[in-house]
Design a protein around this ligand. Structure first.
Ligand code: NAD
Ligand code: 13P
Length: 352
């Protein structure tokens, strides 16, 4: 019993829900060890208490998922090395900007034969170009890494409303099936596809389209325009994905990780919310300020691009993407904190 031991690396909104989902399965399925470790980036709450201690006392993540019991078999641990020490299934679910630092601390600390999965929607953009988070984990830790993406607003899954998700794998179908088994519940339906880059790029690029959807909402441009943003956005996600990896499959865009995640994020995601507020402020309030005010510790899903690469990215997209509706002469948005208003809506230059 308990051949596979799971650690969830991350304890934000989705990290906590993932731990809950997993814990509800490990307790029932003998191949998994009952207890699920959850690494907590330690914070001191306004009460003066440590977040990890409060999680263990109350079985709730009072900061990122208040009101939801995680399951008595979830153990919060602020010590990263200790949390992973016995595990052979690593679930990465932190904001993408922290992954490299976390992996650096884990080098040499992972058990042989360990498998990883990334639930992280984002990518690193290095000087050499875009870099997928699953590849970063594989390269830094020398372990195989699948991905799980989908139309998965965490707060809805927390209260067991139905949703679907997609596991992307590279070669080993059996490993992907094990991940699906770890996550699947009657209200969380997981399918697997052999297209790790396609699945991960869907989860990453929809966050860019969601910024445009939020701006459309903030400008009261209506549902038809927003639908057009989603349709053209999906087409551009596909074009951009294939530009990076020719192996990406068209069919992946029809899985939950594709069109479904795009829709839910453009309706209810945090990038949409903050961009709407940005537009309603007439472009006067910064994304940093709005993030702190509206997301209460959660992070915007932004993909930072190094300054020297900006023009190159614009030119690249201009030659490869379809004529866009949501930005005219400039053809690319990848950086949400310094978003160029004229890329998004040329007729609203008064806000610049
Ligand atoms: P979150 O935005 O709710 O929380 C931020 C987390 O980052 C907190 O746990 C915080 O403690 C941690 N943190 C802050 N500073 C840190 C540091 N220096 N090092 C490490 N951790 C630090 O997080 P989330 O919603 O769980 O998002 C994690 C990933 O999951 C993201 O890539 C997101 O795109 C993806 N995702 C989120 C949802 C959702 O609905 N929330 C759904 C699907 C996927
Ligand atoms: P946000 O992270 O944008 O809130 O949306 C969650 C998500 O990825 C939905 O699938």
């Amino acid at each position: 019993r308990g051949q596979y031991r799971v650690v969830v690396i991350g304890s934000g909104n989705w990290g906590s829900v993932a731990a809950k989902l997993i814990a509800s399965n490990t307790i029932k399925q003998p191949i998994f060890y009952d207890e699920v470790w959850m690494w907590v980036y330690e914070e001191t709450l306004h009460t003066g208490e440590k977040l990890s201690e409060v999680i263990n006392q109350t079985n709730e993540n009072v900061k990122y998922l208040p009101g939801i019991k995680l399951g008595n078999n979830v153990i919060a641990d602020p010590d990263l090395e200790n949390a992973v020490k016995e595990a052979n299934m690593l679930v990465f679910v932190t904001p993408h900007q922290f992954v490299a630092g976390i992996c650096k601390r884990l080098v040499g600390k992972i058990r042989p034969g360990t498998e990883a999965i990334s639930l992280i929607k984002g990518m690193e953009v290095k000087m050499e170009g875009p870099f997928m988070i699953s590849k970063l984990i594989t390269d830094m830790l020398g372990i195989n890494c699948c991905v799980l993406m989908g139309a998965n607003i965490a707060n809805e899954i927390a209260v067991e409303k139905f949703s679907e998700a997609t596991v992307g794998y590279r070669q080993d179908k059996e490993v992907a099936q094990r991940w699906a088994r770890l996550f699947s519940t009657p209200y969380f339906l997981v399918s697997i596809v052999q297209d790790v880059e396609g699945v991960e790029l869907c989860g990453t690029l929809k966050n860019v389209v969601a910024i445009a959807a939020g701006l459309v909402d903030g400008l009261d441009m209506g549902n038809n325009t927003k639908a057009a943003i989603m349709r053209i956005g999906l087409r551009e996600m596909r074009a951009f994905s294939k530009l990076l990896f020719s192996s990406v499959r068209d069919s992946t865009f029809f899985e939950s990780c594709g069109v479904a995640d795009l829709i839910t994020t453009c309706l209810g995601g945090r990038n949409r919310k903050v961009s709407e507020a940005f537009a309603r402020s007439g472009g006067k309030r910064s994304f940093d300020e709005l993030e702190a005010e509206l997301l209460q510790g959660q992070k915007l899903q932004n993909n930072a691009i190094p300054e020297p690469l900006e023009q190159q990215a614009i030119d690249l997209a201009a030659t490869n993407c379809h004529p866009p509706l949501w930005y005219s002469d400039r053809k690319f948005i990848i950086e949400s904190r310094k978003i160029r208003w004229d890329w998004v809506c040329p007729r609203q230059k008064k806000f610049m």
